[in-house]
Design a binder for this molecule. Sequence first.
Ligand code: ADP
Length: 254
Amino acid sequence: MLDYVKRVILVLSGKGGVGKSTVSTQLALTLKESGYRVGLLDIDLCGPSVPYILNLEGQSIHQGPYGWVPVYLDNEQNLGVMSIAFLLESRNDPVIWRGPKKTAMIKQFLEDVCWDELDFLIIDTPPGTSDEHITVMENLRQVPQCSAILVTTPQQVAIEDVRKEITFCKKTGIPILGIIENMSGYECPNCSECTNIFSSGGGKSLAEIAKLKFLGSVPIDPRVGKLAGQGIAAVKEFPDSKTSKVFGELAQSL
Ligand code: ADP
């Protein structure tokens, strides 16, 4: 049920492992820290990692009078989470489904989860442009405030795949809020010096070429990796870092 959801933000990437779930969760946590009511829907059916990142593994959802009740991260219920992982018996259970079954599950996530009033619903998607994306796009057309954030790493091979995401969004009519370049250099936690392990600036130049907003560069920061599994916002844990600056500015701009 999306009737009381003010804004939907899809987080997309061309490739897996570029930090899409990290961006989705950090954005959701930053918005919560900023005082918003947030929902985080994980539609990566074959590789749901949001429950792990937010330290919600082993939780399960239950049926309320108006639909599925999300799992809440906090007692105040300002961040609700829905993922297929909450419906599986074991973390190691694989989801081996063909398209129609995936489509039905995502429709159920969109129609049957009782989100209540939300300022933002962040949707973490699987990499690429497959059944899950088509289903979610088709079902979100009626939501007026729906847009996408694209995540890439600086490598050319990841950038090329983001071009496909841009085309996909244009074809499906979803406005793109901008591009985030993740793992953009290594930021030393001690001296804050940044070393460009891969190339750098690819996300920024793609944004310029595609006339999209560049939303910032998140460095490889070991502290970000450590936050995975704890459900803590970088803006709260290490507010002075470059990572926190990117997420703080992004949350403010929405
Ligand atoms: P995706 O959702 O694109 O598959 P993840 O968000 O799961 O990618 O990230 C892949 C791995 O990289 C995870 O272990 C995550 O903790 C780590 N990671 C992502 N972004 C960063 C970063 N900026 N600094 C350090 N580690 C990161």
